[in-house]
Design a protein around this ligand. Structure first.
Ligand code: XBP
Ligand code: MG
Length: 252
């Protein structure tokens, strides 16, 4: 049994199922504000998720699905402005308490805090989105529970590149072997594995069909005492929820 020094969490899809009813809705509201007739359906958004990062996703949409659009001269500013409006909508939606944490997330974070296991975040999303989600779901003080919040444009390349997990590790001052990552998507898993991290995967609505080869364990949720997880891949050592005992067993 080998207890990790730190747990490093992805945000979107892992802490909460934010994409379909959060990010997607906020993008569409921002497009409407700007007088654009773009509407990202639930299905189309699943395709757009191939690219991580909101600004990158808007560009991908125009390149792949809306090639007729006449780009303004100040295209970079235009995309940045749309994205800023999207962030404002998204953080407001979170503030309304619309998106709950996934099962087991608050429990595992609480256990780690109680046992002195350090916490960090490695995500593609904008830092304000992380703060808004944590504050609305875990309380005002909760962003402070995470020693490192590595988020957004602070690295040259977003997931599936390993940069954001490497940044989190270097800010923690730990090696990959001392930590465990939590992810929900193939892009996320490629990123965490690329940084050398053992990774537990809880797929979300959009990522159920992803290829998770290389994951330590793939389960439907982190589980709760009254709602055991289902194992999709790997050996759960007879456990029915992810707690620090299971994480230690997975590492041994
Ligand atoms: C999350 C994302 C993010 C959000 C949008 O990926 O892809 O881009 O969809 O966030 P991961 P921003 O969970 O793998 O980190 O609009 O703030 O970029
Ligand atoms: Mg994710």
């Amino acid at each position: 049994m080998s207890m990790p020094e730190a747990l490093i969490f992805d945000v979107d899809g892992t802490l909460a199922d934010t994409e379909r009813d959060g990010h997607r809705v906020a993008f569409n509201l921002a497009f409407a504000d700007a007088g654009l007739d773009w509407e990202w359906s639930v299905e189309r958004y699943g395709e757009l998720l191939a690219v991580t990062g909101g600004k990158e996703r808007i560009r991908f949409y125009l390149e792949r699905y809306n090639t007729e659009f006449k780009r303004p001269a100040d295209f970079d500013d235009f995309v940045a402005g749309l994205h800023q409006a999207k962030t404002a909508h998204y953080t407001r939606l979170l503030g309304e308490g619309r998106i709950p944490l996934r099962p087991g997330v608050a429990r595992l974070i609480g256990e780690a805090r109680g046992k002195g296991v350090r916490l960090a975040i490695a995500t593609t999303t904008t830092p304000a989105n992380v703060t808004a989600l944590l504050e609305s779901c875990l309380g005002k003080a909760s962003p402070g529970w995470f020693e490192v919040i590595a988020a957004g444009d602070v690295v040259p390349a977003k997931k599936p590149a390993p940069d954001i997990f490497e940044l989190a590790l270097s800010e923690l001052g730990l090696t990959a072997a001392q930590c465990v990552a939590f992810e929900d998507s193939r892009n996320g898993l490629l990123s965490s594995r690329g940084a050398g991290l053992a990774t537990v995967v809880t797929p979300c609505g959009y990522t159920l069909e992803d290829d998770f080869s290389g994951a330590l364990l793939v389960i439907d949720t982190l589980g709760e005492p009254d709602a055991p997880f289902r194992v999709f891949q790997g050996d759960a050592h007879g456990h029915t929820l992810v707690d620090l005992d299971l994480v230690a067993a997975l590492r041994s």
